[in-house]
Design a protein around this ligand. Structure first.
Ligand SMILES: NC(=O)c1ccc[n+]([C@@H]2O[C@H](COP(=O)([O-])OP(=O)(O)OC[C@H]3O[C@@H](n4cnc5c(N)ncnc54)[C@H](OP(=O)(O)O)[C@@H]3O)[C@@H](O)[C@H]2O)c1
Length: 252
């Protein structure tokens, strides 16, 4: 059974990945869609040509991860694509966010880093030649960001992890792409602790376009998918400017 697996499939870019994978890829038997909101996942069936297997649950929950591992073992699928899109962000200083809720930032690390690692570990034995992994990092991965510190650090983890994993899997011809976009118009900005700053609003990208580029870049076996001219410029600047200056700029 050939499948694709998409985490964070109930909204934003994860949802868009399911729709586009269904349109662009032939030969799959199922797409496994993962998120907590079951009804959203069920509705997604209308937008997919492939049968969707709805795995509703919290990917930070060890019980969910155990059941997921069991399902993989029981069905032994050929996973052609794994998209790790589930993720959250909160902005504010580390101290301010801790005062609002001292679990907020540790839980962000748990979801954005640990759960992404655990999902990947569990799926690895079921990936075969020419399979692909797409990890949603962020342009925030390129340098530390005061006022967005923990989120940016989690995305640096995703970027570093993706690059190293890609190298480890090269011999097996399994390709890993980290998606590093700027702000994208999704429910990511709907939470009380994640507000888009005014200067970023003109740069909000369409999730449809970011995901299209990510799938094209993954097809070309690119290690990074950077959407938009402004984010490409940011990437270059973060490579050439001194780190203290960058952190100062980001903190303004
Ligand atoms: N939007 C941006 O500006 C932007 C830019 C760069 C990178 N990114 C990254 O892109 C990825 C997708 O974000 P998005 O913009 O599409 O945001 P989104 O619309 O808020 O989607 C996040 C997804 O993650 C799922 N999720 C959250 N917590 C979960 C948990 N504990 N277990 C399982 N699923 C969980 C949510 O589903 P449920 O709530 O139903 O569980 C939802 O489907 C994230 O990793 C984000 O960090 C976003």
């Amino acid at each position: 059974m050939k499948i694709a697996i998409v985490t964070g499939a109930s909204s934003g870019m994860g949802r868009e990945f399911v729709k586009q994978i269904s349109r662009l890829y032939t030969g799959l038997d199922e797409i496994w869609v993962i998120a907590r909101r079951r009804e959203r996942l069920t509705q997604l069936q209308e937008e997919s040509m492939y049968p969707l297997r709805t795995l509703d649950g919290d990917i930070t929950d060890p019980k969910f991860l155990e059941e997921f591992a069991y399902l993989l073992q029981a069905t032994s699928p050929d996973v052609r694509m794994l998209v790790n899109a589930a993720g959250v962000g909160s902005n504010g200083t580390i101290a301010d966010l801790a005062e609002i809720n001292d679990r907020l930032q540790p839980e962000m690390v748990r979801l954005n880093c640990e759960a992404l690692l655990e999902m990947t570990q569990k799926v690895l034995p079921y990936l075969s030649e020419k399979s692909r992994i797409i990890n949603l990092a962020s342009g925030a991965a390129f340098c530390p960001q005061p006022g967005f510190a923990v989120y940016a650090a989690t995305k640096s983890f995703v970027l570093s992890f993706s690059r190293a994993l890609g190298r480890e899997l090269k011999k097996k011809k399994i390709y890993v792409t980290a998606v590093c976009s700027g702000p994208v118009a999704t429910e990511f900005f709907a939470s009380d602790t994640m507000k888009i700053v005014a200067w970023k609003k003109p740069f909000l990208a369409d999730p449809n376009a970011v995901v299209r580029k990510a799938l094209i870049d993954s097809g070309k076996r690119k290690k990074l998918s950077v959407y938009g001219g402004s984010m490409k410029l940011v990437r270059i600047l973060t490579k050439i400017l001194p780190i203290d200056f960058l952190v100062w700029i980001m903190g303004i």
